[in-house]
Design a protein around this ligand. Sequence first.
Ligand code: GDP
Ligand code: MG
Length: 219
Amino acid sequence: MAADSEAPGAGTRGHNFKVVLLGEGCVGKTSLVMRYVEDVFNSKHVTTLQASFLNKKISLGGRRVNLSIWDTAGQERFHALGPIYYRASNGAILVYDITDQDSFEKAKNWVKELRKMLGADICLTIVGNKIDLQKDQTVDTQVAEEYAESVNARHCYTSAKLNQGIEEMFLDLSKRMLEKAQRDTEQRLASEFGSSRRNVVVVEDGEEAQETLGRSSCC
Ligand code: GDP
Ligand code: MG
């Protein structure tokens, strides 16, 4: 990670965000990341040998952002993704296959698992992949959108095969992660600034002044 001078994950070279991909086997996680980072598509399921990540650099409103996109090594089949996979993630992409209802039901378990590992403090996107197979769609759009809303996530559709919706999906997630990092920094600075002001006043004016300025520092 770059030196932390602006916000968690931010440095003079820009922001670094870790994004994890989650979802059942064969929903297209590897295909999405390969399409996004290397613009290739393989019609066969490729099993990665170990958990790995690919980097993608993007620019967001003049700010440089480096995404480390973590793909599973097929351990999702055993529901055995270790804590290292999740650790310090800023965003998660939960993928289901729009032609496979079961993969959508299982996606809900992945959301629970994610919350267990990281709490609610993560930007989440739920992705219905294989939209090129819309004629075989079994997962209802309204149901998927309502579910996403209920877990405070964004919902969108992609096709790794036809390269549809992928750039937009990563861009939207990156914007939200950047906004969150900026909010966190502001909050951190506000609380540090607030407490240091209060300390100064305690020395100068005693309890009464501490209370007065304690309130004004919130504004
Ligand atoms: P993973 O196990 O979730 O990483 O899934 P893969 O990326 O290995 O993909 C599983 C299978 O789905 C492969 O045969 C891919 O070619 C296929 N696949 C992935 N994305 C799409 C898509 O958008 N459309 C279609 N039609 N097939 C896809
Ligand atoms: Mg894979």
